[in-house]
Design a protein around this ligand. Structure first.
Ligand code: K7E
Ligand code: CUA
Length: 631
């Protein structure tokens, strides 16, 4: 309880609970006389059997995964393992997923991980963003960052699985991430937040001047790093314009400090603007150095006085940076300053020609409240900014903020809505595209406190759904979520048509298909039998509900065994599994798809393997035996 509420004898909770209770009794009084169906449907209500209007893609924070939600129901529909090890699907254990996870690790990482279990099993996903074509989502991919292990992954939206994962050279973590919006993605930009010495060989600790951050451009089609730009300060969040000309990042720690006091000592930090054409020309002209991974690194630091970057002073420690759907304005959120700075994109060409000063690009700086972190948009020129410290969303009008900055007596603030509690990111339906539709807003709150029944010391976060279709924001739903959905995107369901079958033409199985051919099988779906290749044993089987094609097989203790299971059922939704008991092995086999796993048969005896995805009335009987003969 706050001091104030103690005095009055009411906590916010008891007042709220009381009013909800009273309202509930009122409804019950009337409701008991009315048939159930007569109750009006709430705008966010999705009745049993009905479908949601929007897909939501949620980053899973330190869980390392991505989640698919239905909006407006807020139902969690699916999880996509990315940087985590998944017990259900075998992500991180199957040969196919391990190849995706490991093939693009840097040589130094491969060396570091070689004797430790091969790759990091955790991740910290902050920013999920879909690929764009012509300023709007095109349904091809979702890109996500791993802040914990300096990686970027790509999810194929037709099968909702990761198909590429890369490590970023010359970087110590990857935080902000955004795809190019126009003409298409194109580049995926990734920010390094934690500055480290470059090269980071252990010879430097307390010489902040030798610490650097790099801004990275990845080719979203090939998932290769194409160039990097070294900058002053660190890089926090990033976004891109609707012309394909600029990208820009917020920077805190312009002081180049290495502890909290140093990092927050200056009253101004900045946003760095990157001129993509100038950078491409610099790469072409050879104006770069190579440090790690054959990637051209251009010098965009202040002292280099290059044409690659411009530094725009912003009150200390800005955080989120968000381009408005009109393509004209960029909102730079103050975090430690109660303001948001509005940058006019149309002024950037003059800035790069040095015709204007960096601050001339700022056309408004409205006072919004305490702790502005991120801003979302509708299609009517309004912005919705999260206020972390105030636990509010502030709805404000961009044009009015510009008029006020120019001296007019107008109030840009439209409404402040309490959210529960401490919002980080927020997001509107289609709000980061030119097709923002002003329907729903999500506030991703870092704390749920008293909003749910207590589940122990670790509490869920609270993602709240807010109806923004009217003039006033209206909170309509609480959504408890496991650690820690950082950010999300929402798009109409018509924009995606995921496949029911991954199809054997998926390159994920190219290696298996080739091996099956070599092992004398006509095709992967027809492969069934045991191939002995010295100490290596390859066991092929197909599955069709409710049996595996092999009832049993035998290997020798010490054999390196590869199990290849192909699910030949062609019924949508008919996933089989392969769980090898007491060997710590389980994997998902999608209909019209395969999965393989390799292990050492070092535990003699009879071992059952069974199907862990409910597939048939005789699903429990879907099991066979592996005999491991003692050496
Ligand atoms: Cu997008 Cu926390 Cu990584 Cu803001 S960040 S909240
Ligand atoms: Cu196959 Cu259960």
């Amino acid at each position: 309880m706050t001091e104030e509420s103690k005095k009055s004898g009411f906590s916010r909770r008891s007042v709220l609970g009381g009013s909800v209770l009273a309202a509930g009794i009122g409804i019950m009084g009337v409701g008991s006389m009315l048939p159930q169906a007569a109750k009006a449907k709430e705008r966010n209500e999705v009745r049993p059997g009905d479908l949601d209007d929007y897909y939501g893609f949620w980053s899973g924070g330190q869980s390392g995964e991505v989640r698919i939600l239905g909006i407006p129901s807020m139902r969690e529909l699916m999880r996509i393992p990315v940087f985590n090890r998944c017990s259900a699907t075998g992500w991180g254990q199957t040969n196919e997923s391990r190849k995706i996870i490991m093939e693009n690790m840097l040589p130094r990482e491969k060396k570091f991980w070689a004797d430790k279990g091969d790759f990091p099993m955790n991740g910290d996903v902050h920013h999920p963003h879909m690929s764009f074509t012509d300023g709007t989502y095109d349904g091809r991919f979702i890109f996500v960052n791993d802040k914990a292990n300096t990686r970027v992954a790509r999810i194929r939206c037709d099968i909702m699985k990761v198909d590429k994962m890369i490590s970023i050279p010359n970087a110590a973590d990857i935080h902000g991430l955004r795809p190019q919006k126009y003409p298409r993605t194109g580049y995926v930009f990734a920010n390094m937040e934690h500055r480290v010495p470059m090269p980071n060989d252990g010879s430097v600790l307390d010489e902040p001047g030798k610490y650097h951050a790099v801004f990275t451009a990845i080719d979203g089609d090939t998932m290769k790093v194409v160039w990097q730009v070294m900058v002053d300060g660190n890089l926090d969040n990033t976004d891109t314009d609707y012309q394909g000309k600029y990208a820009y990042s917020t920077c805190y720690n312009s002081e180049d400090g290495v502890n909290l006091a140093e990092m927050t000592s200056s009253v101004d930090d900045w946003a760095v603007v990157f001129d993509l054409r100038a950078i491409e020309a610099g790469v072409k002209a050879g104006d770069f150095k190579i440090y790690e991974g054959d990637v051209p690194v251009l010098d965009g630091r202040k002292k280099a006085k290059s044409n690659y970057t411009r530094y725009i002073p912003i009150p200390t420690s800005p955080h989120g940076i968000n381009t408005a759907p009109d393509g004209k304005y960029v909102i730079i959120n103050g975090k430690l300053s109660p303001t948001a700075s509005v940058m006019d994109l149309r002024k950037l060409p003059d800035l790069f020609k040095n015709k204007i000063k960096p601050r001339d690009t700022i056309v408004a700086e409205p006072q919004l409240g305490l702790g502005p972190l991120h801003t979302a948009f509708d299609h009517k020129g309004n912005a919705y900014t999260t206020l972390f410290i105030d636990s509010q969303i502030c709805k404000w009008n961009i044009e009015k903020a510009i008029q006020k900055y120019a001296g007019k007596k107008v109030d840009p603030i439209i409404q402040k809505l309490d959210v529960q509690y401490q919002p980080g990111h927020n997001h509107t339906t289609m709000g980061e595209t030119k097709d923002a539709d002003g329907q729903w807003l999500i506030s991703l709150n870092k704390f749920s406190k008293d909003r749910f029944i207590n589940v122990g010391p670790l509490k869920p976060d609270n993602d709240q759904l807010i109806d923004i279709s009217g003039d006033r924001m209206k909170l309509v739903e609480d959504g408890p979520v496991f650690s820690e959905p950082h950010d999300c995107i929402m798009l109409p369901r018509a924009l995606l048509t995921p496949l029911n079958f991954p199809g054997f033409d998926n390159p994920m199985w190219d290696d298996l298909k080739a091996q099956a051919k070599k092992d004398g099988f006509k095709s992967l779906p027809e492969a069934s039998g045991v191939i002995r290749d010295g100490n290596k044993v390859r066991v092929y089987m197909y599955s069709t509900a409710p049996v595996y094609s092999l009832e049993k097989f035998t290997v020798k203790e010490g054999n390196e065994v590869t199990i290849i299971v192909t699910n030949i059922d062609d019924i949508e939704d008919l996933t089989h599994g392969f769980t090898l008991t007491n060997y710590g092995i389980a994997m998902e086999i999608p209909p019209q798809g395969s999965a393989s796993v390799t292990f050492k048969a070092d535990l003699p005896g009879v071992h059952w393997f069974y199907c862990q995805w409910f597939c048939h009335a005789l699903h429990l009987e879907m099991r066979s035996r592996m005999l491991v003969e003692p050496a």
